[in-house]
Design a protein around this ligand. Structure first.
Ligand SMILES: Cc1cc2nc3c(=O)[nH]c(=O)nc-3n(C[C@H](O)[C@H](O)[C@H](O)COP(=O)(O)O)c2cc1C
Length: 420
């Protein structure tokens, strides 16, 4: 997968450094040349010996090593690499990158780099959510530095939250995306993501449990494939996918307006969990608790997927998502027909599947055949949301490659007819 590619892996001081050893194995297994820098903090968690043995190369640790600097200096380390990965990326190293500090080999190499950089942050959830770290992440994503993770779950310290490093397999998947020849270059994609919140009054709303993780992963994979991505997201805790244009919305109506405003596009992927109903008359003041509970009158929200699929500027490929708690196959097929989309990703969100807010998903892909007479159905194994995103984007790439081939044939056929 990574033949002839050189990956520079920077391992900084986090408990997740042990996972980097597995990452090195995965990279080597896929034929990448791996060069490693271990920060002082990093070497408290994994030994230079293990990193060197697995990468089958010497490890670089010291900016001031005369031998290293003569043989492979900090500039050369970055020039030689096709991609730099920081995994785990400690809060400290992230802060140094955001502020342009260069006080050790890792930070100096990163500052001197002219190569794409992928960060896999890993830290306690409080460190991750600290406004200082969040500001630093914003700064770095604005500089087009890509992120994979962090993901949520139980941490080494026993606490639970967002901050765990992505799994090595997900990082490999993200790396794979970097080496595409940007096959979706020149195509514009709209991805809706997250929940919508429908206000009851200025402080209360009805909403749903969508975390936005799947849409975020898809937008990220599309960016890596070279698409011009417009990410229209309801309220989530996720940073904007780096390289995408983010439009924040709250209600279904705002999401629809943003989508219509962003059309025309080549690809539309509606992963957002749009509320089906909104409150008919939103109260302008906080409804008092005293007295009878309010009788909420609901009305249907606009159908964003159907609006896009029947729009005069309908994208070439319209993909919907359908969360179902029962009869997935039947309900998803019906939704595909009803909404007039091209593909529908059905996911089972019944309690047994434990999907909401998690990092894994179990989906089925329903597709209209080219003549739209039939619907095909493919069940995917349970896998990480990053993998689902990558697999979906791979399918999209194949479809556009096929369309291009067909168009070329059409042009050739027309020419043949013209010359007959
Ligand atoms: C046991 C232990 C675990 C740590 N785990 C993390 C971590 O997961 N993420 C992180 O950002 N910092 C973590 N730290 C703090 C960093 O190691 C510390 O900020 C260090 O200065 C980072 O150095 P570096 O960025 O140069 O590698 C941990 C520290 C200790 C003692």
């Amino acid at each position: 997968m990574f033949k002839d590619k050189t990956i520079l892996l920077i391992i900084s001081g986090g408990i997740a450094a042990y996972k980097s050893l597995e990452l090195i194995r995965g990279l080597r297994k896929n034929n990448a040349r791996v060069r490693c820098i271990l920060t002082k903090g990093g070497s408290e968690f994994v030994t230079p010996m293990s990193v060197s043995a697995l990468s089958e190369h010497e490890v670089y640790t010291d900016l001031w090593s005369l031998k290293d600097e003569r043989e492979m200096g900090h500039i050369q380390l970055s020039r030689e690499a096709d991609l730099i990965i920081v995994a785990p990326a400690s809060a400290n190293l992230i802060a140094k990158m955001a502020h342009g500090l260069a006080d050790d080999l890792a930070s100096t190499t990163l500052l001197a780099s002219d190569k794409p950089i992928l960060l896999a942050p890993a830290m306690n959830h409080m460190m991750w959510n600290n406004p200082a770290t969040q500001d630093n992440i914003k700064t770095l994503t604005h500089r087009n530095i890509a992120l994979i993770g962090p993901v949520s779950g139980e941490m080494a310290c026993g606490e639970t939250g967002l901050g765990r490093m992505g799994e090595p397999d997900d990082i490999l998947c993200a790396i794979q995306g970097f080496f595409y020849d940007r096959p979706l270059n020149g195509l514009k994609a709209i991805v809706t993501s997250g929940p919508t919140f429908e206000p009851i009054d200025p402080v209360r709303f009805i909403g749903n449990r969508s975390s936005g993780k799947q849409g975020h992963a898809i937008a990220t994979a599309l960016v890596r494939a070279g698409a011009d991505v417009h990410y229209i997201s309801g309220s989530t805790h996720l940073p904007p996918p780096s390289g995408a244009t983010e439009i924040k919305v709250e209600t279904a109506q705002e999401m629809l307006k943003a989508v219509e405003h962003t059309l025309p596009a080549d690809i539309f992927i509606g992963t957002a969990a749009v509320c089906d109903w909104t409150i008919d008359q939103t109260s302008t003041h906080k409804i008092k608790k005293e007295g009878d509970p309010p009788q909420l009158i609901l009305k249907e929200t606009s159908d964003i997927l159907k609006t896009v699929a029947t729009h005069k500027d309908r994208p070439h490929l319209v993909i919907g998502f359908g969360a179902e708690t029962e009869n997935l196959k039947e309900n998803a097929t019906n939704k595909l027909k009803r909404k007039n989309c091209d593909w529908l990703v059905g996911n089972d969100v019944s309690e047994t599947q434990n999907v909401f807010g998690q990092d894994e998903n179990q989906v089925c892909l329903f597709k209209y055949t080219d003549d739209r007479k039939d619907i095909t159905y493919e069940e995917w194994d349970r896998m990480s949301k990053t993998r689902v995103a990558q697999k979906l984007v791979d399918e999209i790439i194949m479809t556009f490659e096929q369309t291009n081939r067909d168009n070329i044939h059409d042009i050739t056929d027309t020419k043949n007819i013209a010359t007959q």
